[in-house]
Design a protein around this ligand. Sequence first.
Ligand code: SAH
Length: 279
Amino acid sequence: MITETTSQKAQAYYEQAEAMYVSLYGPNFHHGYWPRPDDGTTYEQALENLTGQIIDRVGAGPRDRVLDVGCGIGGPAIRLARTTGAHVVGISNVATQVEQATARAGAENLAGQARFEQADALEMPFPDDSFDAAIAIESLIHMDRDPALREIARVLRPGGVLVAADFCLNAVVTPERQRVLDRYRDLDSLSSFHRLDEFPPMLRRAGLEPVELLDASSHVEKSVKMWWERTEADLENLTDQYGKQELDDFIGLFDDVINHGGPEYLIFTARKPGGPSRN
Ligand code: SAH
């Protein structure tokens, strides 16, 4: 089955690249968000800003149960639990991420409020209608969107919201950019890219009503330059761990994205119809 293949590929990718991710991102495995490109925001702050963009849109409170689909090592889920008082369940298909996220929640005395389990987002071990909200930060990028969104819609209660950060295509895809997109997809085990205007019908097909779709590309594009600088700064250590070929591949991709452009970056909110409104 295609979905299984995509899922397993992403799992193997994260298992193998984990140390590199921790070195590039800390506990937030995602792009940074700069309110304005040259506003002096540090990389660490920008990573937290992106998490903040998602958490603010969820608008969760202490009585809410929130699902984090593809939770990485737990940075966003733990912050959501700490700052909103909500109960958060994070899932990842990578066992070591779940272990690290669980340890981080324990270290922050949030074990009762943020828990993590290993599960496949395409087949989640939760009953229908069991969450008030869900977040998915750069995890849908690895999944076939239709079945993944259907599965999230299934576990959300009517009136519940999904807030996600995803890749999309919005600007013209030149042949050169298509080459970069293909390389990005292969190297990072991504699923297909979809045009921004495909998202509203895609969400509706899954049983979700689009609330907001924001092309946030201009806010996140500085991230690639940061990865490039971080990788260069830690090059010896990363080369020891991954080998020269792997590092050349990643740096080549970063160069390509800087020079020709990668996918656009979408932050979207969607709501499962029915039930009381949350926002
Ligand atoms: N949302 C986190 C991590 C983003 S990286 C953060 O922002 O910090 C993408 C995450 O999606 C990783 O944790 C990866 O293991 C997870 N993932 C990818 N495909 C998945 C699948 N099919 N099921 C569960 N998790 C998946």
